[in-house]
Design a protein around this ligand. Structure first.
Ligand code: ZN
Length: 575
């Protein structure tokens, strides 16, 4: 069935409550485990349906935030999602109190209990109004970003489309484009400050009403972090500061030299080569064609999955006005179908979407056999492994996208992934400080950002966009508004995914379009187990080392540094 034929109907919460109450009664009267599990499964199917409707609306809304019906339905979900949480957690409590719970424990993945126990700790009837407020505020942020219509280059552009000019060969255009981009945030500074201030306060209230000391503790629970905590994450950030920041600063120095500049101003930061960034050839449909051939050659399982996505229209790739920002993959239980959302803008980021989001979507698809369905999707620390590893698995095929720019692309891709590590740690560090010190004023928050930014990204030169010198870069980071504490996940996963890259380098046979069998089997295995294991065990399944293990980061950085030392980037820039 094609995506446009998927049927959306609003879920009336009173009906749902009645149905679930009925199931609850049956569950309480169950005589044996088989009966109990059957009723549990039927209720779960009902929840899957609710979540399918929620996802379907959200996908369609993010594709077109201007549609009145979809916008109204989004408001409906903002107000009713907390009521759904109430219905679901009430039911879960009965499941957990059942005499058959020990039997259930033996028959389902451990993450089912870990994650649902978190759900119970993160919810109470007393916070329903605050949750509605939190939803309303994140939607307000999303709409502010999606509403942007900026006149530039004789066109009306979205923020995402404007960002493509940051890679334009003409320095003056890059500068003007970034000034226009950040001008939009400057114009809405007061609104953004207010949305965030309200979000911080409402999240703090929610955490305290639930009995936590602050929202940091609740944030970790919401993110399903198992096997590590604040201390380990702080240590990971420290390692990044010590071991990655110097390498990244060298990469920026090298870029400065290639561009023949005496300083790297912000509008030149995304422009890596004097001869231009690597650009993919062809439009979206051409790239999908190339991707399709690539996935078929990579592994039959992945090829079959990609055909499923294409033939059912489960991707919306091109940037357009009124479309929400960013890219994501989602999953709809009723249809056993993933969805990929992106904002193609003609840069190499488009190729990264076709690998990164495909990695996420393929994980959902290959784990769709798992029951309970709660365990199909992995927690985000682990799920970013599937996506980031796929970016590297696709390297042997990159010449089809980039032609003569292929070697440049390799440098660009790895350098960017490395440069993101300090940024990820910065976003994470900032959020810890914000939620530990909720009474900071908006000005103090911006000062805090700028102070931390100077530690993690000391090269930042904001002379051409002085607005950023106030500490406002994070305004563009939707996770800080909408998905608190989602960010260090990228860093943890990136360290794991880089190990896939290292293994690919070691098994590389020039010109051969294939992934070594052992590597591919490990990748397929982690996709297949989905969310049925916790982060550390997923890493082990892939035969890789956890970023929390001593020496892990040091070892990887040594090899990455050696790689860069072996690339003549000046020669690369002459081609
Ligand atoms: Zn991702």
């Amino acid at each position: 069935m094609k995506f446009q034929d998927y049927v959306y109907t609003r879920i009336e919460m009173d009906d749902l409550r009645t149905k679930v109450q009925d199931f609850t009664k049956q569950l309480e009267q169950a005589d044996n485990y088989e009966q109990f599990y059957k009723i549990y499964t039927a209720t779960n199917d009902l929840f899957d349906h609710v979540e399918t409707m929620m996802a379907l609306n959200e996908i369609r809304y993010t594709i077109n935030t201007k549609d009145e019906f979809l916008s109204d339905e989004t408001d409906y979900w903002d107000n009713h999602d907390p009521i759904y949480d109430d219905i679901r957690t009430t039911f879960l409590k009965v499941v957990f109190a059942s005499p058959f719970v020990d039997e259930l424990r033996k028959n389902v993945p451990e993450t089912f209990f870990l994650s649902n126990e978190n759900q119970l700790r993160a919810f109470s009837e007393e916070i329903i109004e605050e949750l509605k407020e939190e939803n309303r505020l994140t939607t307000e942020y999303d709409e502010l970003i999606a509403d942007a219509e900026i006149e530039f280059d004789g066109k009306t552009l979205s923020l995402e489309a404007l960002m493509a000019y940051a890679e334009n060969p003409d320095e003056e255009i890059r500068k003007k484009a970034l000034q226009a981009y950040w001008g939009y945030f400057a114009e809405h500074e007061a609104t953004l400050d207010e949305i965030f201030d309200n979000l911080v306060k409402v999240r703090d209230t929610i955490a305290k009403k639930l009995g936590f000391n602050n929202f940091v503790e609740l944030g970790y629970i919401r993110m399903d972090r198992f096997g590590y905590h604040e201390k380990e994450v702080a240590e990971h950030r420290r390692q990044i500061l010590e071991e990655v920041v110097p390498i990244v600063q060298n990469l920026f120095k090298a870029q400065e030299k290639r561009l023949e500049l005496d300083r790297l101003e912000i509008h030149n930061e995304s422009y890596l080569f004097k001869t231009g960034n690597p650009m993919p050839k062809g439009n979206a449909s051409k790239m999908v064609q190339i991707a399709s051939a690539m996935y078929h050659e990579m592994a039959p399982e992945i090829g079959e999955f990609f055909d499923f996505m294409v033939s059912n229209n489960l991707m919306d790739l091109e940037s357009k006005l009124g479309k929400a920002g960013g890219g994501y993959a989602d999953y709809m239980y009723d249809y056993e179908a993933p969805f990929i959302f992106a904002n193609f803008n003609g840069t190499s980021a488009d190729v990264d979407v076709l690998t990164h989001e495909v990695g996420h979507a393929f994980q959902f698809y290959s784990a769709r056999w798992i029951r309970p369905t709660d365990c199909i999707g992995a927690s985000s620390d682990a799920s970013e492994i599937h996506s980031m590893a796929m970016e590297y698995l696709a390297w042997p095929w990159m010449d089809r996208f980039f032609g003569k720019d292929t070697e440049k692309y390799y440098y660009y891709h790895l350098a960017n992934n490395l440069k993101y590590l300090p940024y990820m740690a910065l976003v994470d560090h900032f959020q810890h400080e914000i939620y530990r010190n909720v009474n900071l004023t908006p000005e103090e928050r911006k000062d805090l950002w700028r102070r931390l930014e100077k530690e993690y990204l000391p090269h930042k030169d904001y002379e051409s966009i002085s607005f950023l010198d106030k500490g406002t870069w994070w305004f563009r980071q939707s996770h800080i508004f909408c998905d608190p504490f989602y960010y260090i996940d990228y860093s943890l996963a990136s360290v794991v995914a880089m190990q896939f890259w290292l293994r690919m380098q070691k098994t590389k046979k020039d010109g051969k379009k294939a992934v070594d069998k052992g590597i591919m089997n490990d990748y397929l295995a982690v996709c297949k187990i989905g969310g049925s294991k916790i982060f550390g065990d997923i890493v082990k399944t892939a035969n890789l080392t956890s970023p929390f293990e001593e020496g892990c980061l040091t070892d990887i950085m040594k090899q990455v540094e050696a790689y860069f030392a072996g690339v003549d980037d000046i020669a690369l820039d002459k081609e």
